[in-house]
Design a binder for this molecule. Structure first.
Ligand SMILES: Cc1cc2nc3c(=O)[nH]c(=O)nc-3n(C[C@H](O)[C@H](O)[C@H](O)COP(=O)(O)OP(=O)(O)OC[C@H]3O[C@@H](n4cnc5c(N)ncnc54)[C@H](O)[C@@H]3O)c2cc1C
Length: 417
């Protein structure tokens, strides 16, 4: 369990500190300053890392150029993440939506509805707001936040030089928490390849009649349609591999048009998502003597479950441990030991879940087998590790077979979205 995240909780934040800052406003003096740790990127990963380090007495600096409110629509967070990071409780006590239904729909339209026990919910929120919460928590603990875009990074006499339009800063250690298009990653190694990326297009919509979470697999695509209830609105989006993305947006527009009598889109979003195809990707190193990559920049995402927030936070927590101990190489051993195996399994099993016939069969069987429906839910909601889900599936196979053939329960098939 984490050294940091469960030991401390930030106070509730009433006012967002970081949004009061403007580029160039933070001591943009003439002197080049040297810091121990500069984190490029103040997304969920960078902000949480800043918080963890500041909480331990370090004075990290976070650079981020994001304009608040222009990204991240529809965050869904697994129960695994909620269990692991007690810090999230503080945020969720301020803002979240929850429900106890999750709908999984097969490529041909067969639907199975999972209902959780009363103490377990599907939780969604705007990741942007979680981001602000974490950044403010970090700033309150002593982390320095500079709201500027890093435009260049290079190494000189053993130190990093980090340039924005307003200043040049020196750092002993640089952390790339700058997301999928990471500039730090491009500087220290190779950028994520096209094959290792997926893309999502979506809208925030009003008028979605049922408040619910939906994942629908598509007939002619390896990706899926995802709908998240966000309270006052819903987020609807299509996700597929980047190399398979032709026509993706048009397809989503047709779906929206078909539902236009009830759906009113009011904001578009699009995003690149790391989704490494090959298990060997996770054998690569994410650190060097004086650099470290974390979160999306490191490709730490489980594409099967879509649970990236968990790995962004987890990555940050382990990076903080390595930085505090003073041995950056430790980060590689830590993440490989704690979640590397899970990401490798996700990459290895990816082909299996791109097989539409298999999905069709599983979802059809889950319509009449509560045991299978529960197992599928644990898997797709990222609540259980892949190995454990597989083990449970094999142990329960006779029961699943019995339920889906002999004891077939009527009444689970409903109209699809
Ligand atoms: C639309 C959308 C929906 C999503 N839905 C979910 C979901 O339901 N569940 C889930 O678990 N995850 C979801 N995610 C993914 C999740 O939000 C990210 O994977 C996760 O936040 C990764 O965090 P990160 O900090 O590593 O990267 P990011 O959140 O991408 O943060 C990177 C930060 O770096 C900053 N940056 C980049 N370049 C520079 C630069 N040169 N200088 C300064 N700053 C820079 C950016 O402004 C950004 O703030 C979603 C993402 C999007 C975009």
């Amino acid at each position: 369990m984490g050294l940091i995240s469960n030991a401390v909780k930030p106070q509730k934040v009433k006012k967002f500190l970081y949004s009061e800052l403007i580029p160039g406003s933070v001591n943009s003096g003439r002197f080049v300053r040297t810091f121990d740790v500069v984190i490029v990127g103040g997304g969920v990963c960078g902000a949480f890392l800043g918080y963890c380090l500041a909480k331990q007495g370090l004075q990290p600096v976070v650079f981020d150029c994001r304009n608040s409110g222009n990204t991240n629509c529809g965050g869904f967070i697994s129960n695994l993440a909620l269990k692991k990071f007690s810090l999230l409780e503080g945020f969720l006590s301020l803002e979240h939506r929850n429900d106890n239904e999750y709908h999984l729909i097969s490529p041909s339209g067969k639907k199975v509805v999972f209902r959780t026990e009363s103490n377990k919910k599907f939780v969604s929120f705007l990741p942007d707001n979680l981001n602000r919460y974490l950044l403010d928590s970090a700033i309150r603990c002593g982390c320095k936040f500079i709201p500027e875009k890093v435009v260049d990074i290079y190494s000189e006499k053993g130190l990093w030089k980090i340039k924005t339009d307003f200043r040049t800063t020196r750092a002993r250690i640089i952390v790339g928490a700058d997301g999928v298009r990471s500039l730090v990653r491009k500087t220290v190694c190779e950028p994520l390849s096209r094959e290792d990326l997926s893309i999502g297009f979506g809208y925030l919509v009003k008028g979605f009649p049922e408040k619910r979470f939906i994942k629908r697999f598509l007939k002619n695509r390896t990706g899926y349609l995802r709908i998240n209830d966000l309270g006052k609105c819903s987020s609807i989006g299509l996700v597929d591999k980047l190399c398979n993305s032709e026509g993706l947006k048009a397809e989503l527009d047709i779906i929206i048009k078909q539902e236009s009598h009830r759906l009113r889109p009011f904001r578009k979003w699009s995003t690149l998502i790391p989704s490494p195809q090959n298990a060997d990707f996770f054998k690569q190193s994410c650190t060097g003597k004086n650099w470290l990559l974390a979160g999306d920049a490191a490709g730490h995402v489980n594409f099967l479950t879509g649970d990236s927030l968990l790995y962004a936070l987890w990555s940050a927590e382990l990076a903080a441990q390595a930085i505090i101990i003073g041995d950056l190489r430790l980060f590689d051993s830590l993440w490989k030991q704690e979640f590397g195996d899970e990401l490798i399994k996700a990459a290895l099993n990816r082909k299996l879940f791109e097989n539409r016939n298999l999905l069709e069969t599983l979802i059809a069987a889950a319509q009449s087998s509560n045991t299978l429906s529960d197992i599928l839910f644990q898997f797709f909601a990222g609540d259980e590790r892949i190995g454990e889900v597989k083990k449970r599936f094999l142990v329960k196979l006779p029961k699943i077979f019995l339920e889906s053939t002999v004891l077939s329960l009527p009444g689970k098939i409903k109209n699809c979205f």
